[in-house]
Ligand binder design. Structure first.
Ligand SMILES: Cc1cc2nc3c(=O)[nH]c(=O)nc-3n(C[C@H](O)[C@H](O)[C@H](O)COP(=O)(O)OP(=O)(O)OC[C@H]3O[C@@H](n4cnc5c(N)ncnc54)[C@H](O)[C@@H]3O)c2cc1C
Length: 437
């Protein structure tokens, strides 16, 4: 069987569904192909879905600020309803402990440069606002088998950076479903339980012309978009692009955990997104007065690269659970480590500098939104808009590599220079080398 569309999109996660919506609302015929059974069933469903604004570049901050506005205006943006209801933003604020002075100052400088709202809290203010926390300082993050983990505190954390507009999206998988529903309302087509096994190219190999599926069917289109999440590096390889980009990406396994809030603490009301670089974790409220806990990738924890996504262990492990629970317990003195382990494991598609790639590729007609590095759920809608603008501009003859496209933000009017998200940019020298970007 062979079909023809304007664009075929590999993946129907939050990015694939978002790009389908943005392209179909521009009148293009699109077909998403996903090997899962429904939208958002890939890494999107494991997302912490945190919306925060502290990035190491002004471009990263402005993208997140514009991205946030999509979620705040989600219903208006979608122009449709979803029988399952809409994902919604829950604003919690973000408390970022002042532990690494250089990083703290970098964020203050970048937030000041971009004009985003923030407050500097001294230790007294943190304690007044979040009395369930201790600001005891324990030095660098370390693992449980390190004697330093069990040492007494040797000081007090002097305060925190507070960003009032941060929060999270109630249900990331539902968000993808909402975008998929909105795309269908504009005429988009989705094919689930179908695997792309080959990128079809023109006889001279210079341009993408569609995809071949594992069942032998072909879908033809002059534009193919790779939004395969942690599979995206493999999809680029399939298109003959291995080693072509200056910025590469590779899947890395991560665990996130969920635990009940300490007895007597209404964390859903008084809690916030809390980032503790000293202990190497972040956490946020989770429905049911629980705490969602992730890792900020401290060096001592090592890196869990995934060479074959088919062998990814999606079960959480006892050592990682114990480590994260004990780290949380050092910050929340009344926290009782639960007996029952709860959480999940997935892979991030980590780029060379933990920033995303939203770009065309060296294969004409082949585009990719990848390298989202565990921190780009928040930008799925704005990035989908940028990708749709890019596909349109390149289709009209624009040389994006020579003159990177600048896309005005739909909500903020900020000029978003896509050169900052190029596959051929220089590695960001200020990158934290972690999920913080
Ligand atoms: C544990 C975890 C926590 C995170 N926390 C946050 C957070 O707090 N804040 C934040 O902003 N971001 C966060 N992220 C990042 C964010 O969730 C991802 O950037 C985003 O969900 C990626 O969406 P996607 O659509 O690109 O990928 P996915 O959702 O993975 O979708 C890709 C789809 O492509 C399909 N696919 C792949 N290969 C093929 C093929 N050959 N044929 C057919 N289909 C294929 C897959 O089935 C999948 O459905 C987190 C990620 C993880 C894993």
């Amino acid at each position: 069987m062979s079909d023809n569309f304007d664009v075929v999109i590999i993946g129907a996660g939050v990015f694939g569904s978002g790009i389908a919506f943005e392209l179909s609302r521009r009148g293009m015929s699109t077909c998403n192909v996903d090997m899962n059974a429904a939208p958002g069933y890939g890494s999107t469903s494991s997302s912490g879905a945190i919306l925060r604004f502290n990035y190491s570049t002004a471009a990263g901050i402005e993208l997140a600020w514009e991205g946030n506005k999509y979620w705040e205006n989600f219903e208006e943006y979608l122009e449709t309803t979803d029988e399952r209801g809409l994902a919604r933003k829950i604003t919690t604020g973000h408390v970022f402990f002042r532990t690494d002075e250089a990083l703290y100052q970098l964020y203050i400088d970048k937030l000041t440069e971009t004009g985003l709202p923030f407050e500097e809290w001294d230790a007294e203010t943190v304690t007044e606002k979040m009395s369930f926390l201790t600001l005891d300082s324990f030095g660098e993050p370390c693992t449980l088998d390190d004697d330093r983990f069990w040492a007494a505190p040797d000081g007090t954390i002097p305060g925190a950076l507070y960003m009032p507009d941060a929060g999270y999206i109630s249900d990331p998988q539902l968000a993808a479903h909402n975008l998929h529903t909105a795309a269908i309302a504009k005429g988009a087509e989705f094919r689930f339980n179908k695997t792309v096994s080959e990128i079809l190219t023109s006889p001279d190999g210079s341009a993408a012309i569609g995809v071949k599926l594992a069942d032998g069917d072909e879908i033809h289109a002059p534009v193919v978009v790779n939004v395969g999440g942690p599979f995206s590096a493999g999809i680029n390889d399939m298109a003959g692009l291995a080693g072509k980009d200056a910025i590469e990406s590779r899947p890395m396994r991560h665990e996130v955990h969920v635990a009940p809030a300490p007895e007597g603490v209404d964390f859903e009301t008084v809690g916030a997104l809390i980032n503790d670089q000293e202990q190497g974790f972040y956490c946020r409220p989770e429905a049911g007065n629980q705490i969602f806990i992730g890792s900020t990738d401290p060096e001592c924890d090592g890196e869990d690269w995934v060479d074959d996504m088919d062998t990814l262990n999606r079960e959480i492990t006892e050592p990682r659970w114990n480590l994260q629970m004990m780290r949380l317990a050092k910050r929340l003195p009344d926290f009782g480590v639960p007996h029952q382990r709860k959480g999940l494991a997935e892979a991030y598609d980590v780029s060379s500098d933990w920033g995303p790639i939203y770009d065309r590729t060296d294969l004409d007609g082949f585009f990719a939104a990848r390298g989202t590095s565990g921190n780009q759920f928040k930008n799925a809608c704005v990035a989908s808009h940028m990708m749709a603008e890019l596909i349109t501009a390149v289709g009209n003859g624009h040389d994006h590599d020579a003159t990177p496209l600048v896309v005005p933000g739909r909500w903020t009017g900020l000029n978003l220079d896509m050169g900052n998200f190029s596959r051929n940019r220089s590695v960001n020298p200020d990158s934290t080398g972690t999920v913080l970007g």
